[in-house]
Ligand binder design. Structure first.
Ligand code: AMP
Length: 483
């Protein structure tokens, strides 16, 4: 252990010293000739849909380091392969009043280089507030939604811990040091991609475990070498734990992202089992992020965390000034025509349309296709591989229109989305904020258009309460109304 920083983890935890031989996973035994029903039931027989960046990072690691069958006890890890070729002088960011620079946080050079590559200059509010505590090993609770930079906030703290306390003793396969739990596949994959971006100048190995993708392939990957960071949906991680394919006994950092959504989606029994599989709360760092707080989230905090610092990023900051929010009052018969006209407008270069339910999403998608609009659909009923492909096509601009449900659309972090259209107003005002936050990102301006008809206009007052502002409701301009 290094003495650079006194974190409670480095004081309380000695890695691998107490690992028994039983906990070693022998990749030649696990699943040899095994074809559990669950694997066969996987809808996607191939994992080619894994986020490319994650897959690339893995193949990159294979190219640069040999992977022994059994880890060597003398292997030192955690230092950069590339940091020497770069110095912090190449990343000059002037001090600015009221802003925290990443330079002010004493982060390892490898991470600073990745931050520079990503083009981040100053910490976002949540990063500025939470990192001084989490970098010292303290637990933290963040009330923050997507778009605030919370992913980098928890990843930087976790990676810092891994880098300043590299494993020096014996180490076993399939024993991650960091586990990030998130409710949806899209979000997990986004976290995986962000983690690979931040870890690109380190040797840290990032893996994503999500349902709907080939179990066997995910297993093979995590058995190829040491696993540092696992981002997972609760269900798939439980599968790995239940089959003895992963051990969480060495987890040093546990992150629960979108805790409220995990509750809403009924994942809490699984999350509880996962938390129990990690070391006691005093011996790990726990970070929890949630857009909303209720009794159940508070119970999670009380049960699983030690004196966490609490950071709150107000939703008003989230419904960013960078989003021009428009509400068009239309009849239900007019909606589709107005939508088609919006899509035909020159400014609509990249559009996400939200509908409330899967069946509405599908019907709208089919109707748009019939009307000659090239579009993709993201909803829970679409196989994961197809969803990943669709998202990729959308990212590259190959398709410019996506129709999505809230759950599938959550956690889509794509810069340059010009418009978000609410074909239906969401039942939950929080979802409105999430939806419009898909645009107006990374310094760009975005437009959100809500098509409010007789069936859903009653949702507006609740949305306005959450936003803390009145929305201007108007008839759509002439050019959007004509058929
Ligand atoms: P998140 O809230 O984690 O979904 O992040 C929202 C977006 O902000 C992502 O596209 C990040 O890459 C980006 N981001 C995170 N931190 C910063 C930062 N300090 N400066 C600029 N962009 C950032």
């Amino acid at each position: 252990m290094t003495e650079m920083k006194v974190s409670k983890i480095s004081l309380s935890k000695t890695i691998a010293d107490d690992v028994s031989v039983d906990s070693t996973i022998d990749s030649t035994q696990v699943h040899a000739g095994d074809s559990p029903a669950e694997i066969q039931a996987d809808p996607t027989p191939s994992d080619t849909a894994e986020p490319q960046a994650v897959a690339e990072a893995q193949s990159d690691s294979e190219a640069t380091q040999s992977q022994p069958d059994k880890p060597s006890s003398s292997r030192k890890r955690g230092r950069s392969r590339t940091a020497k070729a770069w110095s912090i002088d190449q990343f000059a960011v002037p001090e600015l009043e009221g802003k925290v620079r990443f330079h002010d946080l004493d982060l390892p050079t490898e991470l600073m280089r990745a931050i520079a590559d990503l083009g981040f200059e100053y910490c976002s509010s949540i990063q500025a507030e939470v990192l001084p505590h989490t970098l010292d090993g303290y637990d933290a609770v963040g009330k923050a939604q997507t778009g605030t930079g919370k992913t980098a906030a928890f990843l930087l703290a976790a990676m810092n811990e891994l880098l300043i306390n590299p494993v020096e003793g014996e180490r076993f396969l399939a024993e991650p040091r960091v586990v990030v739990l998130a409710p949806t596949r899209e979000l997990v994959m986004q976290i995986g991609t962000d983690a690979v971006d931040l870890a690109k100048h380190t040797d840290l190995q990032v893996h994503t475990l999500v349902g709907g993708m080939d179990y066997g392939k995910q297993l093979q990957r995590i058995q190829r070498g040491y696993v540092d960071i696992v981002a997972a949906t609760p269900g798939r991680l439980i599968d790995f734990i239940t089959r003895g394919d992963i051990s969480l006994a060495q987890v040093e950092v546990l992150v629960l992202d979108e805790a409220d959504r995990m509750l809403d989606m009924g994942f809490i029994p699984q999350v509880r089992r996962i938390v129990r599989a990690t070391p006691p709360r005093e011996q790990r760092q726990t970070m929890l992020f949630s857009a909303t707080f209720n009794y159940d989230v508070q119970v999670m905090i009380d049960s699983w965390m030690v004196d966490p610092v609490r950071i709150e990023i107000e939703p008003e900051n989230i419904a960013a000034d960078s989003v021009d929010q428009r509400v068009y009052m239309v009849s239900s018969q007019e909606k589709f025509t107005v939508l088609k006209n919006i899509l035909a407008s020159e400014a609509a270069t990249s559009v996400i349309i939200f509908a409330n339910r899967r069946d509405q999403t599908r019907r709208l998608y089919e109707k748009l296709r019939k009307a000659g609009v090239r579009c993709g659909m993201l909803s829970g009923e679409i196989a994961q591989q197809k969803r990943t492909r669709t998202l990729e096509q959308f990212k590259t601009g190959d398709i410019k229109v996506l129709v999505a449900t809230d759950v599938a659309g959550r956690g889509i972090h794509i810069d340059g989305i010009s418009h978000v259209v609410n074909y239906n107003l969401p039942d939950d005002p929080e979802d409105y904020v999430h939806r419009i936050g898909r645009t107006g990102r990374a310094g760009a301006k975005g437009i959100s258009i809500s098509l409010a008809c007789e069936d859903d206009a009653f949702m507006l007052p609740d949305i306005e309460v959450l936003l803390g502002e009145k929305l201007v409701c108007e008839r759509p301009p002439e050019q959007l109304s004509g058929s």
